[in-house]
Design a protein around this ligand. Sequence first.
Ligand SMILES: [Zn+2]
Length: 732
Amino acid sequence: MRRIDQATVQKILDAADIVEVVSDFVHLKRRGTSYLGLCPFHNERTPSFSVSKTKGICKCFSCGKGGSAVNFIMELEQMSYYDALKYLAKKYHIEIEEHEMSAEEREAANKRESLLAVNDFALNFFERTLQESNEGRTIGLGYFRERGINEAMQKRFHLGFSPEGRTTLRDEAVSKGFKEDFLIETGLCYRTDRGTVHDRFRGRVIFPVFTVSGKVVAFGGRTLRKDKDMAKYVNSPESVIYRKSYELYGLYQAKQAIVRKDKCILVEGYMDVISMHQSGVENVVASSGTSLTEGQIRLIHRFTENVTVIYDSDPAGIKASLRGIDMLLAEGLNVKVLLLPDGDDPDSFAQNHSSSEVEEYLAANETDFIAFKTRILLEGSGNDPIERSRVIQSVVRSISMIPDDITRTVYIGECGRSLGIDENVLRLQVAKYTAERREKEARDAERARNRVAAGLPAEPDQEDIVIQSSAPVRQAEPAAKPMNKFLIPYERDLVRYVVKYGMMYLCDCQIDEAGNTRPMSVIEYVDCELNNDNIVLSDDGFRTVFEASLRVASDAWMDDWTRFSAELEVKRAEMLREGTERIRTSAADLSNLDALEQKMSEDVAEEIAAMADDFCQRYISKHLVSAIDDVVRTVSTDLVAHKHQLSKIHTKYAKIATERERLAELVPHAVYNLKEALVECDIRNVIENIREACKVNDIKRVEQLMLKQAELNEIKKELARYLGERVLSPKR
Ligand SMILES: [Zn+2]
């Protein structure tokens, strides 16, 4: 197994800024202390994906996915823990030592990684062929030059050329140790009827398709021959790593410009994207050949809400793509449309105009979709009333797709004015379409629920058979043991304190008869209390996290703390020196110098103590939310992300103190609540047993059990008393 040493892992985790990492994939907006964006893990129109810089985690409050930076990358890019670390290391320019993979290791690496590796190799091969081989330079480069694509764009889009030879790519790949199976699975090669393996893209210029994060998942190849029976474009087939309807050509290169301009321009082909980039308009992507899909729209929405669709003036093509507009509207995007002058496509237009001309044209000619759609549809219909009413209905249907009430109302007004129709009539019609769609959505949701209950994925794939709602519904997950379930909230509460505040000071504990004390941390206290009563947490997840916390607290803590304290001492000395100097140079009255210095040193002490507290507070969670163990990582992330509600009574009557300030009260409370719950469990068990014993008239056993019950009740009372004393009841 490939390994990265622990020190480097820590370096990577320390460097990874969750806001920066997530921002590469999701457009985040600041909301108070955290950041908010559209969740990349599920389909949504209103943001519920929250990122906390200070906690170092992200979390979707709808679907629950998220975690540390590592987790986020693992989940989103379907990477292993080590690959996610490597990704972050690369992002933060941290060097990791990794040895070249041996043949066995390459074999062992999972398929996904192998396919990506094969594509990576091919990317390099095609690029090299274009730039360095005779064939590539004359044919491939000749073509790109003729199309006016400069060298910078060739590099930026990693354009390439695939040689004419039948097996040139295959031979080189196999000699480098790549398996033929993977060449076939990625679609770089195919098996002929006679069983030989040939290159798919022979003699074509190559347009690699990158994911948002910059991995090559597919290639598009354009032939340069005038041959009529040869397909102009050949594309990689779908594979484990490539789902056509979830990728947009150029997004990787365009995403920053899209965020910067808060707008995404949609065009059709590879060359359109490249030429627009070359002309300086970089917020451009293409659905490349396929009609726009929901997956692609969602991808855009992660970066901006504003989309401009560019059409070349081919009426047939436009009519066919109008559905795309409705889909964009339905996703809650603001849609503008732009028609190019007759005979131009984005590629030729960008090639024939300067970048400022292109920008100016865009700004001056964007129109909203209603005016556009009306014009396109009414064109050629003359004054045919039936045709006209059909057009109006179609426009109104588009408007009804807009999820936002205000935007929808604005468009209804607009539409009424431009078509000369009473707004109330339009409003009624919109309401009718909306109702129809809601009904359909409800039916779909019902179907999805049934699918989940039947153990199938919620969303059927395109070719998947839709299951009727009368399909047999499998029994849901077997319920957790009832007693377990009863204890879970108490265990969660306790472990949450350990993860969030474990290394913080809780109280002093007596260590000898003489009354000497030493400080005790939250985790120490909890561990001690649980040990004293032989309590083992019943929930597997919480127990694992608790044990992991104990390990973190004992393993590296002392060294880390010693190092940090030394740093703090240096800092303190520096602050004191600066403070003293400041006072001496600026004090107006020398008589109160002492008092000023006293005050200053108190302030410094306070600041240093706060830094120490912060270090302690973050210590355990920082380790756990990025831990290699899946359970530790996910459960601890949930605990850290969990918004704790202070109880109503406290907020109503008492001064609201933060959780952190009230640990001395809250942590023991959590411990004793759990103990009380355990006793309660025992009591319920005993009562159940008494009932059983009564049934069979086992008087002796009933007596025993009743004694036991009395004993438990005593303990319970004692615990309650303890809780009553410990908890500072709010002053009324
Ligand atoms: Zn989500």
